[in-house]
Design a protein around this ligand. Structure first.
Ligand SMILES: Nc1ncnc2c1ncn2[C@@H]1O[C@H](COP(=O)(O)OP(=O)(O)OP(=O)(O)O)[C@@H](O)[C@H]1O
Length: 455
């Protein structure tokens, strides 16, 4: 998708000049001459970036005022400030209020392009980091050699290039979201956002504001919803069967004309999105029970795609285990451990009701808990009871508790210490860069390090 840059300046010459330069660079541009039309243009459709004059004569708000509105409603929208010569103080104050950078008038074309490029790069990087963090070290592809995994990859390849809507079905933890991400990553929309909305975790009262955003009484944008955030990209509706009936009708309307109104608003917002949905439930039963609209089901599931549970592809277990071990070890610095044949046999014969997610959690726990014994092979007796191993001679923690009865949450705390230690080392002790990488505020990281006894 081409970038869409909004140029806001009260001086027509400068406005047209900036828009012209950016157009020549291949960016799409829109322009606004005052604060109200700028806010209206943003409300109309979220731009990729705003180039904003600081003065805006004759406007209700000056540039800083517009900047404040943007940062309150959409803090991730990058803003480049145009300031008058010798106005460094105001420009610096703009940066403190959240602008990405500023450029002084008169400016050189190259400098404008350079700053805009950098701001766009930083914001897509920011988004990538956020998405990566959401994935929290997840696989970048479907791992597995079974014919079921091969077939799944082939189907993903086939449907990715089309714009068709897809209903992904399969049991919980089987890889539906991963499948949706792969479809997005392989599609022409890959450079635009992939936005996840999990209907099972949002209360019916908040569903519409999460999907469509909010406008207040005066028509100002208060919150960007998932539909708008996904503009140009893909919206993944997880557990779509849990959508309240009223929201289902509204989604149906979006599918028909690719536009919607925000909660509390009247203006139509046009979006270009591809919708992928998923369900672990039997939606046909939901339809018979009158809980899900049949017409919506057909429109969302133009292409149905089923992700098989792990019990249907046991041959994938060894390669998944190896993959997760490596992933966790790389992220945390915990050394890899070889896994014994007996343990692997147990893992491969287990039924995995929680599918790949459950297997992954167990691998994580094994790696963390086996880390005290360098080079030791992970044996079946280290496996948790629910996985079906016999548990004689369990190693014990300092407190005398059985290691495998340590809940994953506590195991993760042990893991967290190693993880943070490894990241700090990686960034040569630089706390700011570590904090940015692990997605924490600097002060929060400091506190965490203290609690963990690391500082
Ligand atoms: N074939 C696979 N290869 C590598 N990793 C996988 C695979 N399948 C699933 N995973 C990983 O397992 C975890 C669960 O997968 P995912 O979240 O995609 O499942 P889901 O079916 O969407 O779950 P839910 O129904 O709970 O939403 C994720 O960490 C994912 O990266």
């Amino acid at each position: 998708m081409a970038y869409d840059i909004l140029v806001v300046d009260d001086e027509t010459d400068i406005r047209e000049l900036i828009a012209g330069i950016l157009d020549d660079e291949g960016y799409g541009t829109r322009t606004a001459r005052d604060s109200d039309s700028a806010i209206a243009a943003i409300k109309d459709r979220r731009p990729s970036l705003v180039v904003l004059d600081i003065w805006l004569q004759g406007s209700r708000l000056d540039g800083l005022g517009v900047l404040d509105v943007i940062k309150q409603t959409d803090p991730d929208l990058p803003v480049v400030i145009i300031s008058g010569h010798g106005n460094i103080e105001t420009a610096v104050s703009a940066i403190k209020r959240g602008a990405y950078d500023y450029i002084e008038k008169p400016f050189k074309t190259d400098r404008l392009i350079h700053i805009v490029d950098r701001a766009l790069e930083a914001s897509s990087l920011k988004r990538e980091v956020r998405e990566l963090r959401q994935r929290s070290g997840e696989a970048t592809g479907i791992i597995g050699d079974s014919s079921a995994a091969n077939q799944l990859r082939q189907t993903i390849q086939k449907v990715a290039g089309t714009n068709s809507r897809i209903m992904i079905t399969g049991p919980s933890g089987s890889g539906k979201e991963l499948t949706a991400r792969m479809i997005h990553d392989l599609s022409p929309r890959a450079k635009s956002p992939f936005v996840v909305l999990n209907a099972a975790t949002i209360t019916p009262e908040r569903m519409e504001e999460e999907l469509f955003g909010i406008e207040d009484g005066s028509g100002s944008l208060r919150k960007v919803g998932a539909m708008e955030e996904a503009h140009g990209g893909t919206l993944y509706l997880d557990e779509v069967g849990d959508m309240p009936a009223e929201t289902q009708s509204k989604i149906l309307r979006v599918l028909v004309d690719q536009s919607f109104t925000r909660v509390g608003g009247a203006t139509k917002v046009q979006v270009d999105i591809r919708i992928l949905s998923s369900t672990a439930k039997n939606l046909e039963e939901h339809i018979s029970a009158g809980l899900f609209r049949q017409d919506l089901y057909h429109r969302l599931g133009v292409v149905p795609l089923r992700v098989p549970g792990l019990a249907e592809r046991r041959e994938d277990v060894p390669v998944l285990v190896a993959h997760f071990m490596e992933q966790i070890s790389t992220a945390s610095g915990i050394p890899l451990r070889p896994i014994g044949d007996d343990a692997m046999a147990v893992l491969q014969t287990h039924d995995w009701p929680g599918n790949v997610r459950q297997l992954k959690n167990n691998v994580e726990r094994l790696l963390i808990l086996a880390r005290g014994e360098p080079d030791s092979v992970i044996t079946a007796d280290l496996l948790p009871a629910e996985v079906g191993a016999t548990l004689p001679n369990l190693p014990t923690t300092g407190g005398g508790e059985h290691l495998m009865s340590v809940p994953l949450r506590e195991a993760r705390e042990i893991f967290e210490r190693d993880y943070l230690q490894a990241q700090i080392k990686r960034f040569d002790g630089n706390i700011s860069r570590t904090a940015e990488f692990v997605g924490m505020e600097r002060s929060a990281l400091h506190r965490k390090l203290k609690t963990l006894g690391l500082s």
